[in-house]
Design a protein. Structure first.
Length: 98
């Protein structure tokens, strides 16, 4: 069984079940967030992703600023960015080495 994780930026009513194919789903946040509270996002997301690995994924969703913060943390930590993008009912992988 894979130890990969799929970090979803915000838990919403969307069915993220298909992303489980890529790893264990972990939500970085849930519900409404203040778009201007970027320091809080940094602390919260950094804590949740503290044990992330370079092979893990991020599913961007919710506020653009939240996606930016989550991706910046991951890319800084691992020198890579692995995205799962929702398209036509499926997730597609996009991997970037920085």
């Amino acid at each position: 069984m894979s130890n990969k994780k799929v970090f979803i930026v915000n838990k919403s009513t969307h069915d993220f079940g298909p992303a489980e194919e890529y790893g264990k789903i972990i939500f970085l946040s849930e519900g409404s967030m203040n778009r201007y509270a970027t320091n809080s996002m940094m602390r919260q997301f950094n804590e949740v992703m503290k044990d992330s690995l370079a092979e893990d994924f991020i599913v961007p969703c919710s506020l653009n600023v939240m996606n930016s913060v989550a991706c910046a943390i991951f890319a800084h930590k691992h020198g890579t960015l692995n995205l799962l993008l929702f398209k036509d009912g499926l997730y597609i992988m996009r991997n970037h080495v920085l």
